[in-house]
Write a protein that binds this ligand. Structure first.
Ligand code: SAH
Length: 252
């Protein structure tokens, strides 16, 4: 028996944005390997009968190593059990879902991908910031801010990015915010470019910090910005209005 693993995205937080298919496969799961990013509202509804394995915090910082997670997933699937690997947002957007699919394929385990609503689009959206807009942005770039831009062999071309038009959406960028903004300015991006940081989107304690490329780092420090947060850089940020988070931020 080789079993099946569902690579499931939970959406950006909250039951309302979990897909119908995700709910079906979660409810039928015999084993669930979950990250913390889906949030308490979803994690508290995992079926009591399933074996539940906590894989840890956001994105990179797991309590189990990536190898350990993959080993457990393969092991449980080979027992012929229905396994769900539950991740925040979409499983293939900065969630190592692609790597996990490759490992499962190597072991001839059936994989079903259940896409989720990615925080990269939905979290700016819930703060009233569209990632594209005919007047402001016809292009969006998504990137991980996990990498220090000063690193010699950066996988990100900061020079190109600083010159490119449109919106930049950064995930996992809080820690390196100072280096990221400095690098974009050094490569020629206007220092008055609007920036928004949205922390804990779709949670009752969502918080938005607005600034410019030049002052957002100081602003973020003053506001005590912490992960998980989405950083949006570009003219679309000018559409933000205080309070446009609406019902989500009030937990309704
Ligand atoms: N696969 C996920 C991203 C995983 S990387 C997705 O598609 O959304 C983890 C990063 O996602 C966090 O560091 C943060 O930048 C972002 N993130 C996920 N959910 C978020 C939320 N509800 N509010 C703010 N940022 C979030």
């Amino acid at each position: 028996m080789s079993g099946v693993v569902y690579l499931v995205g939970s959406g950006p937080g909250g039951l309302g944005l979990l897909t119908y298919r995700a709910r079906e496969v979660i409810d039928a799961a015999e084993v669930i390997l979950y990250d913390q990013l889906p949030g308490e509202e979803i994690l508290s509804t995992l079926p009591a009968s399933a074996e539940k394995i906590d894989c840890g915090k956001y994105g990179g910082a797991h309590t189990l190593s990536q190898e350990e997670i993959e080993r457990l997933m393969v092991d449980r699937a080979k027992q012929g059990r229905r396994v769900v690997r539950l991740k925040g947002g979409d499983p293939f957007v900065f969630g190592r879902g692609g790597e996990e699919m490759e490992v499962l394929r190597e072991h001839n385990i059936t994989v079903e991908v259940v896409p989720g609503i990615t925080s990269a689009i939905a979290v700016p959206g819930c703060a009233g910031i569209p990632v594209t807009h005919r007047s402001f942005a016809s292009q969006v770039t998504f990137l991980t801010g996990h990498e220090d831009p000063k690193k010699e062999e950066s996988a990100i071309d900061w020079g190109w990015l600083a010159q490119s038009p449109g919106t930049i959406v950064i995930l996992m960028g809080v820690k390196n915010l100072g280096q990221i903004t400095a690098s974009l300015i050094a490569h020629g991006m206007k220092s008055d470019k609007p920036v928004a940081i949205i922390e804990r989107g779709f949670r009752p304690d969502q918080q938005v910090t607005i600034g410019t490329l030049a002052d957002i780092t100081t602003g973020a420090q003053a506001a005590g910005v912490k992960p998980p947060a989405i950083i949006v850089i570009g003219e679309v940020v000018s559409l933000y209005r205080d309070g446009s988070e609406g019902a989500w931020s009030r937990g309704q």
